[in-house]
Design a protein around this ligand. Sequence first.
Ligand SMILES: [Zn+2]
Length: 173
Amino acid sequence: MSIRPILIHPDPRLKKRCDPVTEVTGELHRIAEDMLETMYDAPGVGLAGPQVGLMKRIFVMDCVKEEGATPRPMVLLNPEITWTSDEVNVHEEGCLSIPEQYAEVTRPAEVRVRWLGLDGRTQEEHFAGLWATCAQHEIDHLDGKLFIDYLTPLKRQLITRRMEKLKRERARA
Ligand SMILES: [Zn+2]
């Protein structure tokens, strides 16, 4: 297992729609393990393929945050939202590709998601709370959408400029 570098916005790979996973290979198992390790190391609660330069419909998440609770690492391939609640939820979101920037985003409070597991079986589950927010945020990544796309153009530009500055500083370091 290894920690992979996380792409920082702005990057054209973060704006592209990803291709479906057509075959669950040993390589994909290794990538999923790396993505989980990268996510836990960051630390974050979700990480999508394009964030590590993998343009496939895959994301990992674990929203168990309570101290001492058993982790629940999840790997979702070709995820699809099959139902959303009418009730919405406002959550302060952040993103490992937009470090240290947070903003409130309104999304459906609960969702049902269907996906293909690494075992090749289709699964479906109802998510609420942070899990629902995270799943929607990560599925957006697979469609080239970032949480800042929900903000006003002014706020988005401000955050983008901060990230451009951060990337310049990191390139110099
Ligand atoms: Zn993100």
